[in-house]
Write a protein that binds this ligand. Sequence first.
Ligand code: NI
Length: 259
Amino acid sequence: MFIDTHAHYDDEQFNEDRDALLLALPQKGVGAVINCGQDAETSARCVALAEQYDFVYATVGIHPHEAKKYCEAEIEKIKALAANKKVVAIGETGLDYHYDFSPRDIQKENFRANIRLASELGLPVVVHDREAHQDTFDILSEEGVPAGKAVYHCFSGSAEYARMIAKKGWYFSVGGSVTFKNASKLREAVAAIPDELLMLETDCPYMAPVPLRGTRNNSSNIIHTAGEIAAIRGSDFESICELTNRNAEKFFGIFAQKK
Ligand code: NI
């Protein structure tokens, strides 16, 4: 059994077969799914999915791509959604300097507002950091995010960056990109992550691991990512699943369903 700590089943790529796919996941070893919102509208869909399926949980927040929607009213909507008991974190939020879909000063302001909401509600924050390592780390530090209250989703930094983050007690979730051919730097970084801070994710429908790269991803494909991580860390598949399940249950305050 394993836990997918970052998915987007509200994505339109699942419109044709969302329910069939989700219903089949527990039989495929998926104990829990954290489905992550990107603005008030998608966050509301995440909460609805979490209410529909026992093993699905939601995060609510404003993604850097959507940061131009950031305003007091949007944050108020997120806060109202966060009152639902299936909401386990704020996010995903952060900085994306690869696409720069929103101006950087607005991305930063949005990121800080999401962090402050998380801290007000006592929830952890799901962080998206793409080519924005220094600013992401600085903002999390300046906002005083405590140990155990942030996770770098789809972690993509170096081993040195992993050690800086680990020192803060923040978590990592590692996705399918660790299986990609050109990911030798990431594999080095994954080897440097302490046992107690490691979690697994798909980021589905994106980021399908090798040998399924380029196809529509789903949580059952995590077996390929877990297998690669086990190889990198000189561990075995079962131990990686057990370890990352324990970490995810602690981080998000959930209990995965054992089948
Ligand atoms: Ni995502």
